[in-house]
Design a binder for this molecule. Structure first.
Ligand code: OGA
Ligand code: ZN
Length: 386
C-alpha cells in the first residue's frame, strides 16, 4: 500500500522541465518524459473551459501559431506559464497534465473491448442470461447487463412482463431509443400483405437489421410477448468472431469483404422513400478493430461492382454466408414469453426458422437503441475521466 502510494506520488511530481522549440519537455518523478506542445497547452489552459458547462470557451483563432511560454515555473503542484501573447497566465494542475499526457496515451497498445464467441457459448448460456427486475432495481446489475452487451454483444433478459410496450421500462434504464420508420416498438408478427419479410411466418436467415441506413441501429431488443406457434426458433451468431476467423485464416476473403462496396436497399411499399447505401460488409476502426457488420440477403440490392470483381466477390460473399449458418459459430435457441433478446445489431446477426401461424401465436416487439448510449452509460458507471 505504502509502496503504491509512493509510486503514485512520484508519477505526479516533476523532476525537470525543458523548453524545446515547439513544446515543453517534462520529466516526471517516475522518469517518464512527456511532450506538451505550446498550442496544446494554451488551448487546454483551465481558463479555456467553462466552469459549469465543462466545454471550451477559448477560441483557437485568438492566438498565433508562434505562441510560446515566456516564463514557466512550478508552484504548489501547479505549472505556471506566462504566455508570449495577451499577457495570459495559465496554471496547470500537474495531475491533470500527467493524466492527459498524450506521449503516454499514444504509447499504449490498443486493447479490444470485445470477447468473441462461437457455438460453444451455448454450453455456458446462463452467462448471458439476466433477470429483468434486477436490472430495473440495481445499478450494479444494470452495469453488468451493459458490460455483457458491450463485450459479448448479446444477452437475454428473462422474466420480463409480457404487456405490450413494457420493454420501454428496461430500455429507459439505459437511455432513449432510436426511432425508425417502423415505429417503436415495431411489431414482429405475421400480417397480410407484409411490407417486410420479418412480418411473415417465413424463415429469416441470419442478418443485421437496416443495413441500408448510413448509421444502422447499434442495438436491437426483441421482446417476446408470446411464442406458442410451432417453429420460430431463434438463431444468433457473432459476426466479429467470424470476421476475426477470416482475417486469420482466409485473408483474401477478408480483404474482399472489407473493401468491396456492395449495395443495400429498401423500397418498403408503405414508405414514400427509397433508401440506398453502398458499403463493405465488414468495416474496421482506426485501430483495425471491427467496426460493423452489414449483412442481409433480403436487403441486399443488385450488386453493381466492376464486372472484373464480381466472380471473386460472390465467392467471398457465399463463403461468409455459409459461416453465418455454420454450427461451429451459430447458436439456436427458443425465445420464451418474457424474454428480451438483446444484441449489438452492427456485430451480431440474428435469424429465425419458419413458424406455423395456424398452430399458435407468435408476437415480438422490437426496439432499437444506439451503441453510443450503451457505451456512454458504461463510461458513466466506470467514472471514466475525459
Ligand atoms: C426482425 C427479426 C426475428 C424473429 O424483425 O428483424 O429478425 O425472431 N425478427 O422474428
Ligand atoms: Zn431482424
Amino acid at each position: 500500500m505504502g509502496y503504491k502510494y509512493l509510486n503514485m506520488n512520484q508519477k505526479y511530481t516533476v523532476k525537470d522541465i525543458e523548453r524545446k522549440k515547439d513544446y515543453l519537455s517534462i520529466k516526471w518523478g517516475d522518469n517518464f518524459k512527456s511532450k506538451f506542445h505550446f498550442l496544446w497547452l494554451r488551448d487546454n489552459c483551465p481558463t479555456a473551459i467553462h466552469p459549469t458547462a465543462n466545454m471550451r470557451v477559448f477560441n483557437i483563432l485568438t492566438i498565433s501559431k508562434d505562441i510560446f511560454p515566456k516564463e514557466y515555473k512550478l508552484h504548489n503542484k501547479k505549472l505556471k506559464i506566462n504566455w508570449s501573447e495577451d499577457k495570459h497566465e495559465s496554471k496547470f494542475d500537474l495531475k491533470w497534465l500527467r493524466d492527459h499526457c498524450y506521449t503516454e496515451i499514444n504509447n499504449k497498445k490498443y486493447k479490444t473491448p470485445y470477447i468473441f464467441w462461437d457455438g460453444n457459448l451455448k454450453k455456458n448460456f446462463n452467462k448471458i442470461k439476466l433477470d429483468h427486475n434486477k436490472i430495473i432495481r440495481q445499478d450494479n446489475y444494470l452495469k453488468k447487463w451493459l458490460e455483457l452487451l458491450h463485450s459479448y454483444g448479446f444477452a437475454i433478459v428473462r422474466n420480463s412482463p409480457t404487456r405490450k410496450k413494457s420493454g420501454f421500462k428496461i430500455l429507459n434504464r439505459i437511455s432513449h431509443h432510436r426511432e425508425t420508420f417502423f415505429g417503436t416498438p415495431f411489431e414482429v408478427i405475421n400480417i397480410p400483405k407484409p411490407n417486410n419479410t420479418a412480418y411473415t411466418a417465413q424463415a429469416l436467415r441470419n442478418h443485421t437489421d437496416l443495413p441500408y441506413f448510413e448509421y444502422a441501429p447499434g442495438y436491437q431488443f426483441l421482446h417476446c410477448l408470446v411464442n406458442d406457434a410451432t417453429g420460430g426458433k431463434s438463431s444468433v451468431v457473432d459476426g466479429f468472431a467470424i470476421a476475426d476467423y477470416l482475417r486469420k485464416k482466409e485473408s483474401d476473403v477478408f480483404k474482399l469483404l472489407t473493401t468491396t462496396h456492395v449495395k443495400f436497399k429498401d423500397t418498403d411499399y408503405t414508405q414514400k422513400a427509397i433508401r440506398i447505401l453502398h458499403s463493405p460488409i465488414i468495416t474496421l476502426t482506426k485501430d483495425n478493430d471491427f467496426n460493423d457488420i452489414r449483412f442481409s440477403m433480403a436487403a441486399m440490392g443488385a450488386v453493381d461492382i466492376n464486372p472484373s470483381k464480381m466472380k471473386k466477390f460472390y465467392e467471398a460473399y457465399q463463403y461468409f454466408a455459409s459461416l453465418l449458418q455454420n454450427t461451429k459459430f451459430k447458436i439456436d435457441f427458443r425465445l420464451e414469453a418474457g424474454d428480451i433478446f438483446c444484441f449489438n445489431n452492427r456485430r451480431v446477426l440474428h435469424g429465425r426458422t419458419e413458424f406455423d401461424p395456424n398452430s399458435g401465436n407468435r408476437h415480438l416487439q422490437g426496439y432499437y437503441v444506439e451503441r453510443d448510449e450503451i457505451i456512454a452509460r458504461l463510461n458513466y458507471f466506470n467514472k471514466i475521466k475525459v
